[in-house]
Design a binder for this molecule. Structure first.
Ligand code: SF4
Length: 231
């Protein structure tokens, strides 16, 4: 297989990611097997490393309670070379069923938020701090966050986004290593390993507190103008 063909296969798999088709996951495994023979290409392309990381995370059982109760491990979906990555808290009921992030009511609102600044879900990457659903949608425990955050940091290292948007308290506090509430963190930029990080309210919170949507809109406008500046 030529390097050009490998590239085309890889682009196709990226495009299909998030469709939920098991066929894509099988194709990824087969693609990995073939592409491993091309060590030079493998080393040059962080997308392959992201697919490998996904394989590791899907098998993870570090949090016994979550691993026992889950239906899916929700790795994340979207563009593996995204300029903007959204990080939420943890999968909910719908996400656990479908194996995809932000697909319930909060996910529909996130889609609208993303589209409000002229982007699409396919153009960004969306993931969570925890890759498995806490039973009953309880808050993630400190131990679970400590277990799972290395996967998040590795995702960000491989994707190398220019901007990161932390959605809600757990994402903001995990990325910024702080205990400050989200209300005290949102609305300004922070440096996260060379990327610009901004925090805003979680869409699930906005569904319960629609009066704060305006503040999130202000945060989104800041993201849009910063993306315009760096593009
Ligand atoms: S939440 Fe993360 S660390 Fe815990 S079992 Fe799931 S993938 Fe592993």
């Amino acid at each position: 297989m030529t390097q050009q063909t490998l590239k085309q296969v890889e682009q196709y798999l990226e495009m299909m990611k998030g469709s939920g088709l098991d066929l894509v996951h099988r194709a990824e495994r087969e693609f990995n097997t073939v592409s491993k023979s091309s060590v030079e290409l493998q080393n040059r392309n962080p997308k392959n490393a992201l697919i490998e990381l996904r394989g590791t995370v899907l098998k993870c059982t570090k949090c016994t309670q979550l691993a026992t109760a889950r239906k899916s491990v929700v790795f994340g979906s979207g563009n593996a070379s995204a300029k903007l990555v959204f990080v939420g808290e943890a999968p909910g009921y719908e996400e656990d069923i479908q194996g995809l992030p932000f697909v319930g009511r909060a996910g529909q609102l996130l889609t609208k938020i993303i589209e409000s600044i002229g982007l699409s879900r396919q153009s960004v990457f969306i993931c969570n701090v925890l890759k498995c659903r806490p039973p009953g949608n309880r808050n993630p425990s400190p131990d679970e966050i400590a277990n799972c955050e290395p996967y998040l940091f590795k995702q960000l290292e491989l994707i190398q986004p220019k901007m990161i948007c932390a959605l809600g308290t757990f994402a903001a506090q995990t990325l910024l290593k702080t205990t400050t509430p989200i209300s005290g963190l949102r609305g300004k930029f922070y440096d996260f390993r060379g990327a610009q990080l901004i925090c805003t309210f979680h869409p699930a919170y906005l569904l319960r507190n629609p009066e704060d949507k305006r503040k999130t809109w202000e945060d989104m406008k800041k993201i849009r103008s910063e993306l315009d500046r760096i593009e």
